[in-house]
Design a protein around this ligand. Structure first.
Ligand SMILES: CC(=O)N[C@H]1[C@@H](OP(=O)(O)OP(=O)(O)OC[C@H]2O[C@@H](n3ccc(=O)[nH]c3=O)[C@H](O)[C@@H]2O)O[C@H](CO)[C@H](O)[C@@H]1O
Ligand SMILES: [Mn+2]
Length: 323
């Protein structure tokens, strides 16, 4: 009797031991995998692997530079969400000729693996090239009026984006990016760029102090920024974020632009000036480094390890309706 109850006890202990061992093996395997996917080899004392650039704004929004994020981890977070990204691009007048390169390079590098809906606004719908799109990506061509002033074409983008968000984009997309067409993608532009309100630092001014920024300096303009204010000079060639937040931005910038126009004022850099004024008082939640908006005529600097999106060199007199 006593002998067999001892055996039972040993067997029980053995079983418990085996379970503990299996549990230990499983747990260490699992944490090992977790470590690999998060690369949590980083310590709390080294947030960014870059020490040559500032990777956070004074209001604690990340500034996205190569080497400050893990693209695999970012994709693992955002890809399962099945997001749709609206992308607006204007190709009015001769700018239609930039569309093919823009779209073909976007297919290679821009939000690859996500649902992307391009909205092409043009006065020449028949000249929109047919480009092979990968699965989950669509183009809508929307006709807009032409103009004989490039300033008006560029500035009216705010109004047209606002009304198109209202009429269609808000129903289908989670995020939106509004981009200049005279540009090409050269490297990954992925989910690291997603955020509530996203702006890009203009490549011409990221090394300058605020007194050199070409903000609108006339107090009479609705885009006015005093000399002692301003965080960064943001490029007008990219606005992004949640559809709702970009909607508010375009609505307010459009209204302010129209108030200026009624007073016969055109801000120094049209809608870019109004954008900068808006972002001064409505801080972006994420800021993209000039990797996300370069210019082909500009030599690469040592901080810029990867050029992701860059404006092509263009003959202004050739492509614009006025000079
Ligand atoms: C790098 C950057 O930040 N670029 C900005 C800059 O100059 P850019 O010299 O880059 O301006 P731009 O000539 O590319 O015009 C802006 C955009 O408007 C559209 N477009 C313009 C003219 C035309 O005849 N047809 C047409 O479709 C097109 O999508 C173009 O990409 O200053 C502009 C000020 O107004 C805008 O803020 C641009 O975004
Ligand atoms: Mn441009």
């Amino acid at each position: 009797m006593r002998f067999s109850s001892n055996i039972k006890l040993y067997v029980l202990l053995l079983i418990v031991g085996i379970f503990l061992l299996l549990g230990y093996v499983y747990f260490s395997f699992f944490t090992e995998r977790l470590n690999r996917t998060t690369q949590s080899g980083r310590t709390l004392f080294c947030f960014s692997r870059r020490t040559d650039v500032v990777a956070v704004t004074p209001w604690l929004a990340p500034i996205i530079w190569e080497g400050t994020y893990d693209p695999v981890l970012v994709d693992n977070i955002y890809k399962p969400m099945n997001l749709t990204i609206a992308t607006t691009v204007f190709a009015v007048g001769k700018y239609v000729s930039f569309l093919r390169d823009f779209l073909e390079t976007a297919e290679k590098h821009f939000m690859v693996g996500f649902n992307v809906r391009y909205y092409v606004f043009t006065d020449r719908p028949h000249d929109v090239p047919s480009v092979n799109l990968t699965q989950g990506r669509h183009i809508s061509v929307i006709q807009v009026p032409g103009s004989n002033r490039w300033q008006e074409i560029s500035a009216r983008r705010m109004e047209i984006i606002q009304t198109t968000i209202e009429s269609q984009i808000s129903r289908v997309a989670d995020y939106i990016f509004c981009l200049d067409v005279d540009s090409k993608f050269h490297a990954r532009w992925g989910a690291e760029s997603l955020g509530r309100l996203v702006a890009v630092i203009h490549p011409g001014y990221y090394e300058q102090t605020r007194d050199h920024f070409p903000y609108e300096r006339h107090p009479a303009s609705m885009a006015y920024i005093p000399m002692d204010e301003g965080d960064y000079y943001y490029g007008g060639a990219m606005i992004g974020g949640f559809v709702e937040d970009v909607y508010t931005l375009t609505k307010i910038c459009r209204n302010r632009f129209e108030v200026d126009a009624e007073n016969s004022i055109e801000a120094a850099w049209q809608e870019e000036s109004h954008l900068n004024r808006y972002l001064l008082y409505n801080k972006p939640s994420k800021v993209l480094s000039p990797e996300y908006l370069w210019q082909d005529f500009k030599a690469k600097t040592k901080e810029v390890k990867v050029i992701r999106f860059s404006g092509v060199i263009k003959n202004y007199a050739e492509v614009r309706p006025n000079v």
